[in-house]
Write a protein that binds this ligand. Structure first.
Ligand SMILES: C[S@@+](CC[C@H](N)C(=O)[O-])C[C@H]1O[C@@H](n2cnc3c(N)ncnc32)[C@H](O)[C@@H]1O
Length: 250
């Protein structure tokens, strides 16, 4: 019996496979309305948050996005050698169409696409300058394992940047849960026109998500240095974490 049974398969360290399989189906169901709901539920801040992550890359860098979804971030990052990873073939199909069209229009070569989970990345050690996770870390089955794999594929001196829902502490988390259970549900219902839209279930992944301090500690335990993790102003709805794979491990 799973120790997560009382919480439907979730806790801050990860998600049981059965619950994750349901979550993946819900994520795929968001695709047609994903960007619009995000923009409304974040008061338009999602674009600013994505730009804040992209700013961590420099031209020519090898960049891996873990959990690329339908390509909402990947289509915005310019002048890098991009690999998009996601476990969902449908997400990858939509992302490839969108991202490669934008890249072609900019005169850039197509991105690479990898169907996999963060916990088992089928890519060589020390091969990326940057790894970015936008709104996907919350969905990892095993967060520590995912971070270990990301650490492995980063070059020494390379950096991980995660942007996800914000949970400064338990009290702040209550406000987030309230917003997920009320405003987000109204927005998703209006935009999708469906009573049983997928954002009903997606609120679960926020409810059981850990605090910033919890994931900062995990990043350090995995071996990242220069670990940072804070809520993003003005609305404190998202957090951004970063950590570096040390160039000279002790
Ligand atoms: C909300 S979407 C994120 C989309 C995009 N990154 C963005 O900027 O909005 C979350 C994505 O994480 C993916 N995902 C879920 N579990 C994952 C895992 N264990 N490893 C990697 N990606 C995962 C899902 O398939 C989904 O496409």
């Amino acid at each position: 019996m799973s120790s997560r049974q009382a919480t439907g398969g979730y806790d801050p360290s990860g998600i049981d496979l059965d619950a994750w399989t349901v979550l993946e189906a819900e994520l795929e169901a968001t695709i047609p309305h994903y960007d619009r709901v995000n923009t409304w539920m974040t008061f338009g801040q999602d674009r600013r948050w994505r730009a804040g992550v992209a700013a961590h890359a420099e031209p020519g860098m090898k960049v891996l996005e873990v959990g690329c979804g339908p390509g909402s971030f990947a289509e915005t990052i310019r002048n890098v050698e991009l690999t998009c990873l996601d476990p969902s073939p449908e997400m990858l199909r939509v992302a490839k169409k969108r991202v490669d069209a934008v890249r072609a229009a900019q005169g850039e070569s197509p991105a690479a696409y990898v169907e996999a989970i963060a916990e088992s990345i089928p890519l060589p050690d020390a091969s990326f300058d940057r790894v970015f996770c936008l709104f996907s870390f919350r969905d990892f089955q095993d967060k520590r394992k995912g971070l270990e794999e990301i650490f492995r594929v980063l070059k020494p001196g390379g950096q991980l940047v995660i942007c996800d829902a914000g949970k400064g502490n338990a009290i702040h988390g209550l406000f987030g849960r309230f917003w997920m259970a009320t405003g987000v549900q109204v927005i998703a219902r209006r935009i999708t026109g469906e009573k049983d839209h997928p954002w009903k279930g997606l609120a679960r992944s926020y409810t059981h998500y850990g605090t910033n301090a919890y994931y900062r500690k995990m990043l350090k335990q995995v071996g990242f240095s220069q670990v940072k993790g804070r809520l993003l102003w003005p609305f404190l709805m998202a957090s951004r974490f970063s950590g570096v794979r040390p160039a000279n491990p002790e």
